[in-house]
Design a binder for this molecule. Structure first.
Ligand SMILES: [Fe+2]
Length: 259
């Protein structure tokens, strides 16, 4: 009964139904781009919506086909990574949100606002909220016929921070290689400067957690969980990182940097 009340009140406060593809830097402007925020006025509506939508967050559509990143990232990996792994984070995030203490949820209208108070939330929200957010961002930072060099202000900032683009690539690749176990490599803006680092599991630089760790606004992200490359590259993470540079969407990274 208590759980039902919590769930009903949470949905009454804010229900967000995803309706389309997540594209670009608007990821940082609200809960998620192209999502429709619905204020639910009564429990019947909430019930109808949660039954219809199977939750609050949903799997974003990709802007490209599963095989579009071939030969650099293979179709089978993309199918499983997006359709199974990412979907599992979405499903489990929605389950975890249903049972949240409503005191925590009151001010939490987006994943970003949850990340700001991350240490107050349970592991299930941290892991699955991070998983959904990080992957949603990651897909936008890939594109067919990507790669090459960044342009504009981002290119200038990279040169300023790291000396050369090649040196930046080397340091980002090193951070990706050295992340022990599962995690993510990041390029972030921290105190006005570009910084490279990595996080464990599904943590990200927006999460306010106890202790040290990478903090900042993400500009570039690379998933280095084995599920991101094992089918094609097996244990050769370095090969996967080398492939990544051929499909990076620098236009999107620049939008994030400029936002
Ligand atoms: Fe992943």
């Amino acid at each position: 009964m208590e759980n039902n009340n919590t769930r009903r009140n949470f949905l009454k406060q804010t229900a967000i139904l995803s309706t389309g593809t997540i594209i670009g830097s608007s990821l940082f402007n609200s809960a998620f781009a192209n999502e429709t925020e619905l204020k639910i006025e009564n429990k019947n509506s909430a019930s109808e919506i949660i039954n219809a939508a199977a939750g609050i967050y949903s799997l974003p559509k990709l802007a490209y086909a599963y095989d579009a990143l071939e030969p650099h990232i293979d179709k089978a990996t993309m199918e499983i990574h997006h359709g199974k792994h990412h979907q599992a984070y979405v499903t489990n995030l929605n389950k975890a949100l249903e049972t949240l203490d409503e005191k925590l949820v009151d001010d939490s209208k987006s994943l970003e606002s949850i990340f700001e108070k991350m240490s107050k939330f349970p592991e299930s929200i941290r892991n699955n909220g991070g998983g959904h957010y990080n992957h949603s961002l990651f897909w936008t930072l890939l594109k067919p016929n990507g790669g090459g060099n960044p342009k504009g202000k981002l290119a200038e900032a990279i040169t300023s921070a790291f000396g050369t683009f090649d040196e930046f690539k080397k340091q980002f690749s090193d951070a990706s290689m050295k992340r022990f176990g599962s995690g993510w490599a990041w390029l972030v803006v921290q105190d006005g400067k570009l910084v490279i680092g990595s996080t464990a599991n599904q943590d990200n630089p927006l999460m306010r957690l106890r202790g040290k760790g990478l903090k900042g606004k993400p500009v570039l992200a690379l998933d280095v969980w084995e599920h991101a490359y094992y089918l094609k590259n097996q244990n050769r993470r370095a090969d996967y990182i080398a492939s990544f540079w051929n499909v990076v969407n620098w236009d999107e990274a620049e939008k994030l940097f400029n936002s």
